[in-house]
Design a binder for this molecule. Sequence first.
Ligand SMILES: Nc1ncnc2c1ncn2[C@@H]1O[C@H](COP(=O)(O)OP(=O)(O)OP(=O)(O)O)[C@@H](O)[C@H]1O
Length: 365
Amino acid sequence: MTEALVEIDDLKVHFPIKSGLLFDRTVGYVYAVDGVSLTIKRGETYGLVGESGCGKSTLGRGLLRLVEPTSGGITFDGTDVRALKGEQMRQFRRRMQMVFQDPMSSLDPRQSVESLLVEGLKAHGLGASAGERLRSTLDSVGLPASALTKYPHEFSGGQRQRIGIARALVLGPDLIVADEPVSALDVSIQAQVVNLLGDLQDQLGLTYLVIAHDLAVIRHISDTIGVMYLGALVEEAEAGQLYERPLHPYTRALLSAVPIPDPQVEDRRERMLLAGDLPSPANPPSGCRFRTRCPWSQPRCAEERPALRVFDDSGQRVACHFAEEILSGSLLPHEVRPELVRPDADTAAGVEAELIPTRNDIPTP
Ligand SMILES: Nc1ncnc2c1ncn2[C@@H]1O[C@H](COP(=O)(O)OP(=O)(O)OP(=O)(O)O)[C@@H](O)[C@H]1O
């Protein structure tokens, strides 16, 4: 499981902000994805996590070129994806499929399951061999062949997501980008769909990029986890390592929101809520983008954007100037001053006043 299937190199997806009566003037950009480099190994599940609006979906869509990247490289199984033109790209896309969050809005309600599944096959010239392929694909997602003549509204949410997965699978992809695949489902159903994804991966040797806004969902299924904040990766590690030793303050905040089902560990759990909203990706803070919400931020953080660097032999990567000091406890979080929280302030002087007022203990690395 060491060979790279996907290599993303300094990928940027910037959306122009238009203004004027005819929308012909570009007045700025939304820096939705702003320099992400990562590798997804063949057969692994790469979990991408971060709060809503940090650019996860745009990264997934940029990888499949469903939105055109502004710059950067994408290599898929040795092929330079960004160099592929029209028809070549369309054919290639068969190998990279997407499963969406809300199956109700991603499945056309007027189409039967058969027609939904055949659509993709026809587009790739595989319509002739459809019959058996459709039945075996439905079987692999746990639905009977009789589902073929039904329509999306005749199914439960979980079954609809199985149809969404079948639609991706029927083309025989190598990679599935699953964007919040279970967040629209009841908690009781989520585990079934997560297990199904795991079984399919074992049977078919699939590689997954799973996008989620909280760590609870992806902690059990991911081999590697990348934590994204405001268009960039702030940390990446093997999943167990990330839980064992989160290095970036943002990862610590995300992890502290995940309850632990052991009362003793739960009592000791570090709690750290994030104050303020995600700053606008059209006007990100200078330097470290997390500094306006970081309890450990220092003047240097406003001046210099930290690179995602390898932390030690574990391969864990972190984008924080002070990861060592925070881990060792030699740098302590700022004092809490909730009345001064100004999450949108963007100056070094404002940093101390914007800090997060929510820790109830000193970090225990
Ligand atoms: N087509 C677009 N045009 C302009 N801005 C966009 C477009 N698509 C996304 N954005 C903006 O890019 C930023 C990142 O959005 P994205 O959907 O990738 O985030 P996300 O982390 O996946 O969030 P969510 O979980 O809510 O989908 C947001 O500020 C969003 O408004």
